[in-house]
Ligand binder design. Structure first.
Ligand SMILES: NC(=O)c1ccc[n+]([C@@H]2O[C@H](COP(=O)([O-])OP(=O)(O)OC[C@H]3O[C@@H](n4cnc5c(N)ncnc54)[C@H](OP(=O)(O)O)[C@@H]3O)[C@@H](O)[C@H]2O)c1
Length: 372
């Protein structure tokens, strides 16, 4: 079990600190009992200014998207150029940059310290697990293989794509209790999921639905199979992940919602899946993590609502501080196979789907002995 607080705390550097996901890291690290915010990095456009100044646009308005006010202690920190960033004086990195930037930057930093990433750059490499709290704790062992193969003192630990998060979390208890043979999912993804630059233009999204998000469907299908797969092998040959052999088919769309991805999920199960038993399996999922006392762990990883008009992004996305996946509209599914279940889920894309999810993973790896 973790202590209530650490003294001294592990010093964190946030890369991409000015962006939508990076701001969530800055907000969530403020007052964190184990990690302190030590350094901030962004592009050369922001470097050389204080965090406060780097958030201001040309009209002087503070572009803060993480809710409330930015933490006072962060505002006067200098923003450094990620290009020249070193690991001096830090113990770990939270990275929230686009994949092309992450490709070069993250291995350089991981050579020295652990890097928790929201980017997709390394998710599909054979020695990189995609860690999701409560779902695949055993996959963390692959980090040792990664360290050995790449000569890293740290490691790269990416989280899943924000759309994968709610899907994989809800599929895991269904897989465990009822088996899975086929999954079909259609997402209605929020605008913040596209980030700030270039983001989605208001002219394109208001009064509209955009039926295509490039690369997203392939990412969600591939990542879900990897996350739900088995970590196999031994310490001699190194470990690898055998993806789950289940057909998954996704359609991903962008809708005029600020935060929170909604997904309609249809599952064929290999065994009968009575709705009251599915509900119980979802509700009890992740309860074993409670004993670890992880500071960011919500009371429930999955909440289930019986109200047929929920979940709704505006009403439900902040449940559990934005870390709880909310499931509603649980019904039997018979079109895909003999047995099955269908439901609608809501997952906060910038919180559980990005920064807070990565911090929860870091807490888990701390207790499991990977951070020191
Ligand atoms: N938004 C979400 O809901 C979400 C969820 C899960 C995962 N992610 C992933 O998180 C990452 C960041 O996404 P985002 O939505 O936060 O994007 P964003 O709002 O556009 O922010 C991008 C960040 O990257 C920095 N940056 C840009 N070019 C850089 C460079 N060459 N070197 C160093 N830093 C650079 C920007 O700094 P400047 O301000 O200086 O330009 C900014 O801090 C992406 O990989 C995305 O796929 C996002």
């Amino acid at each position: 079990m973790l202590p209530a607080a650490m003294n001294p705390k592990l010093r964190a550097m946030v890369v991409g600190a000015t962006g939508v996901a990076g701001q969530q890291f800055v907000a969530a690290l403020s007052g964190h009992p184990f990690f302190s915010l030590a350094r901030l990095c962004a592009s050369e456009r922001s470097a050389g200014r204080s965090y406060r100044e780097s958030l201001r646009d040309e009209r002087g308005s503070l572009r803060w998207y993480a809710g409330g006010q930015p933490p006072a202690e962060a505002l006067e920190l200098p923003v450094e150029s990620a290009k020249e960033a070193t690991t001096d004086g830090i113990d770990l990195v939270f990275s929230a940059v686009e994949s092309d930037v992450a490709k070069e930057l993250e291995p350089r930093l991981a050579a020295q310290v652990p890097v928790f990433s929201t980017a997709s750059a390394f998710r599909y490499e054979p020695d990189v697990p995609i860690l999701l709290p409560g779902v695949n704790r055993s996959h963390a062992a692959l980090l040792r293989t990664q360290q050995r193969r790449r000569g890293f003192r740290g490691f790269i630990a990416p989280g899943p794509n924000c759309t994968t998060v709610g899907l994989a979390i809800t599929l895991q208890p269904i897989l465990r209790h009822f088996g899975l043979s086929r999954v079909v999912m259609t997402s209605l993804q929020s605008v913040s999921g596209a980030g700030r630059s270039p983001g989605v233009s208001a002219l394109d999204i208001i009064d509209n639905i955009i039926p295509f998000i490039p690369g997203e469907e392939e990412k969600v299908e591939r990542e879900t199979r990897k996350i739900l797969g088995a970590c196999l092998g031994d310490g001699t040959d190194g470990l690898h992940i055998e993806p789950l052999a289940v057909a998954i088919s996704c359609t991903c769309t962008r809708v005029a919602v600020l935060d929170g991805h909604t997904e309609a999920v249809f599952c064929a199960t290999t065994r009968p899946a009575p709705i009251d038993e599915v509900k119980a399996a979802l509700l009890e999922f992740g309860q074993e993590l409670g004993a670890l006392k992880l500071p960011s762990l919500p009371q429930q990883l999955i909440a289930v609502t019986d109200d047929p008009y929920r979940p709704q992004p505006r009403l439900d996305r902040e449940l559990g501080g934005g870390l709880t996946t909310v499931v509603g509209r649980l019904r039997p599914e018979r079109a895909l196979g003999e047995h099955g279940v269908k439901y609608v889920l809501l997952s906060h894309n910038t919180k559980m789907g990005a920064a807070q999810g990565a911090i929860l993973t870091a807490e888990q790896l701390l207790i499991d002995g990977y951070l020191g």
